[in-house]
Design a protein around this ligand. Structure first.
Ligand code: ACO
Length: 323
């Protein structure tokens, strides 16, 4: 039976490294607290890069890795909650920059689950035959919506982009389980700054577009939902969690990842991590990690992989695939 398969990966992070020590000069925090609670040591912060430029660099690396030409791509989906502009969308800007003239292009926002939702969407287009070659990107410049005076959030995030090329093949994606719970949306928010119109009765000009988070609620949600979806998928595929060679979870926090490993009774070594270098890059975190593993030659054909994302919305999504 035909499914869709990742045939190339790419990623790009800004060159500027900001350490926990650098942040302790901005806010009342320290390296030990951040490392112990999160596992994060450094993050990359855009200085001249934008969400589009990060996405383009990751996309070009994925195209080269897949050995395809940009004009073969007929679908581009960019997962982001930090686009440079509302119009044109990020995916159209990427199309222009890489010369993917035959693609139709749109952005998708599911916060930190964005890459999972975007890959799921591309999979559906490929399975239906409406697309042959998809470019799926997660790209974020979260540094631009952070309150750099808020120590509870500014220590957590970083900027970056990851991309994959997906095509139809006889093995690849096995199963997907995504979900949303809008009733808990208040736990992770980032409002738009709106202009006041001559007709509005309320003044929204004082609303600042900062990310706000109830860390403990997000923590509880993640450690419950991620293992639950993984167990559903492994049960449906008639395999056990210990048969998965590589778990690629959204890189938010090492304690969440360790808690998931414990619940699944799987060795922590099966859970790859790079959050110590990049912090939480939201929709970009899973494809950046995937690209690093791929380029290190750590992924062997037909091995089982799990991708699992969770975040604002609330949203979550898990994909079981064979490499
Ligand atoms: N440095 C030092 N102290 C701090 C810092 C800091 N950077 N931030 C908070 N504190 C203080 C608090 O003020 C509090 O002090 P108090 O006890 O005097 O009030 C104390 O540390 C404990 O704060 P908590 O918020 O209870 O700390 P917690 O152990 O919950 O850790 C954290 C916070 C790391 C955010 C944790 O809740 C977490 O990891 N949550 C998950 C968040 C997450 O992963 N979000 C991303 C997923 S969704 C997405 O990617 C968009």
């Amino acid at each position: 039976m035909m499914t869709s398969r990742i045939i190339g990966t790419g990623s790009f992070v800004p060159t500027k490294t900001v350490s926990n020590f650098d942040l302790s000069e901005l806010v009342d925090t320290n390296n030990d607290w951040i490392v112990e609670r999160t596992g994060i040591v450094n993050r990359r912060i855009a200085q001249t890069d934008s969400t589009v430029s990060l996405a383009v660099k990751a996309a070009l690396a994925a195209i080269e890795n897949a050995s395809i030409k940009p004009d073969e791509i007929d679908l581009i989906i960019v997962a982001t909650f930090t686009p440079d502009n509302a119009m044109p969308n990020t995916a159209c800007e990427v199309q222009k920059a890489i010369g993917a003239y035959h693609a139709f292009c749109f952005d998708l926002n599911a916060a930190c689950s964005g890459f999972i939702y975007a890959l799921q969407t591309a999979h559906v287009y490929l399975k239906s035959g409406m697309s042959q070659t998809a470019l799926v990107i997660g790209a974020e410049t979260i540094s631009r919506i952070i309150d750099w005076k808020d120590r509870s959030t500014c220590i957590l995030f970083g900027d970056g982009a990851g991309a994959v090329i997906v095509k139809q093949d006889s093995h690849g994606i096995i199963d997907i389980l995504s979900g949303s719970d809008g009733s808990k949306g208040e736990f992770l928010t980032q409002p738009y700054a709106h202009l006041t119109t001559p007709f509005s009765n309320s003044d929204s000009s004082s609303i600042l577009p900062y990310l706000k988070m109830d860390g403990q609620e997000i923590f509880k949600f993640a450690v419950r939902k991620v293992p639950e979806t993984i167990l559903t998928l492994t049960t449906r595929a008639n395999i056990t969690p210990t048969q998965i060679q590589h778990y690629l979870l959204h890189q938010a926090n090492k304690r969440i990842i360790h808690a998931v490993a414990k619940r699944l009774q799987v060795k922590e070594e099966c859970f790859s991590m790079n959050l110590e270098k990049y912090g939480n890059t939201s929709a970009a975190s899973i494809p950046i990690l995937l690209d690093e593993l791929n380029r290190m030659g750590k992924l062997k054909e037909k091995e089982y992989l799990i991708f699992s994302g969770f975040g604002g919305g609330l949203t979550w999504g898990t994909i079981l695939l064979q490499w």
